[in-house]
Design a protein around this ligand. Structure first.
Ligand SMILES: *Cc1c(COP(=O)(O)O)cnc(C)c1O
Length: 398
């Protein structure tokens, strides 16, 4: 049986992870080395010469994520934003225009607004759940459509196939930040995306013990480059060239932690989804909650699209507190099992107030989020305990 014919979990546990040829070590070693002995000048053992350019532990992770996302090449970075920055630099140049979502991750918005824009890359903010609005915002210079689906923190859903069509007819690439869904629930390249990014800090790592980023480029993606460009049109080569030239790589220990996380992604995501569905049922019935955001709810505006492109609906849930901002803030401070913290995607459940925490930097912009909103990263503890803890806080305060 070839790797390609195997299921997700078999590949997650085996691709890029052949037992170590020297010792038979079943687990990929952490090659904590910066350099490699050469057998005579230029005689590289296995192609390794210096660990910014390549390191076997990182190669194992890069091989694995390319396979799980169905792309040609994968790249591992020191953070999600480092990977995103590399994609922007590798595939865009000053004068280009980008479309970004109304509820993008705050750090993504800051990168486009404060880093890429001064470099000469203009952007417009569009409601990416509305394909017609995206089509209308395309300009002759648009070279990239940046999408998150589901979005953070409002769990909006974009139609990846429709947006791929819009991007390709405009001569642009579709980049999907797949952090919230993870490759277990959604594989954007198979739906028409060109590039996938991850904050592996979240579900890919899964244990809140590492900061990292992943980028996967689809087979055969090329972009237009001016005559004399030093790297050429092949998009995967460009990302690899920029990764090495800029240097924001994942170190071997971090690459190893993310690889270990991916081995259990399937079982973790099933449990995240099971627990999230139970929490959603509880919140939907609670008098103190005015609205629940979850793509699995039949009344979610793009539930049908989510059902088509995701296998399940994920572990992120947001809700609005009927009594308003002050009570929403208090609820976040009154849970015991749910930890008040930023980030998401780990085994432990987290609660936060986006307007004052993760999304404080977008206050006053088009990306502003409701002040009575609470965001949950539903972990894999016992669902009854999670519901009881939320319940005691909501019953008393809301
Ligand atoms: C956290 C996050 C990022 C940024 O990743 P870092 O690892 O924190 O740099 C990007 N996109 C989404 C959706 C995220 O949740």
């Amino acid at each position: 049986m070839t790797d390609a014919a195997r299921g997700f979990s078999s590949r997650a546990i085996h691709v890029g992870q052949e037992p170590d040829p020297t010792t038979g070590s079943v687990v990929t070693p952490i090659y904590q080395t910066s350099t490699y002995k050469q057998d005579g000048i230029g005689g590289l053992r296995g192609g390794y010469e210096y660990s910014r350019s390549a390191n076997p532990t990182r190669t194992a992770l890069e091989t694995l994520i390319a396979d799980l996302e169905g792309g040609s090449r994968g790249y591992a970075f020191s953070s999600g934003l480092a990977g995103q920055d590399c994609v922007v630099r590798a595939l865009l140049r000053p004068g280009d225009h980008v479309l970004i979502p109304t509820d993008a991750y705050g750090g993504t918005f800051r990168m486009f607004d404060k880093v890429a824009k001064p470099w000469g890359i203009d952007y417009d903010i569009v409601p990416i759940a509305d394909a017609d609005a995206v089509r209308a915002a395309v300009r002759p210079t648009t070279r990239m459509i940046w999408v998150e689906t589901p979005t953070n923190p409002l769990l909006g859903i974009a139609d990846i196939t429709a947006l791929g069509g819009i991007a390709h007819s405009a001569g642009a690439v579709l980049v999907v930040d797949n952090t919230f869904a993870s490759p277990y629930l959604q594989q954007p390249i198979s739906l028409g995306a060109d590039v996938v990014t991850h904050s592996s800090t979240k579900y890919a790592g899964g244990h809140s013990d590492v900061v990292g980023g992943l980028v996967v480029v689809r087979e055969g993606l090329t972009i237009e480059v001016p005559d004399g460009d030093p790297v050429g049109p092949d998009a995967a080569t460009r990302v690899g060239f920029h990764q090495n030239s800029i240097g924001s790589i994942a170190g071997p220990m971090d690459a190893w932690l993310v690889q270990r996380g991916l081995k259990t992604l399937a079982v973790r995501m099933e449990r995240h989804c099971d627990n999230a569905e139970k929490v959603v049922d509880f919140l939907t019935a609670h008098h103190g909650v005015s609205h629940v955001y979850y793509p699995g709810l039949p009344d979610h505006p793009n539930h049908d699209i989510a059902a088509r492109q995701m296998t399940r609906f994920g572990g992120m849930v947001s809700f609005r507190v009927r009594a308003g901002e002050d009570v929403a803030v208090k609820v976040c401070g009154e849970t015991q099992l749910w930890t008040l913290a930023e980030s998401l995607g780990g085994v432990e459940s987290l609660i936060e107030h986006p307007a004052r925490m993760t999304h404080a930097s977008v206050a006053g912009t088009e990306l502003e989020v409701p002040s009575d909103l609470v965001r949950l990263s539903v972990g894999i503890e016992d669902a009854d305990d999670l519901i009881a803890d939320l319940g005691q806080a909501l019953d008393r305060l809301a």
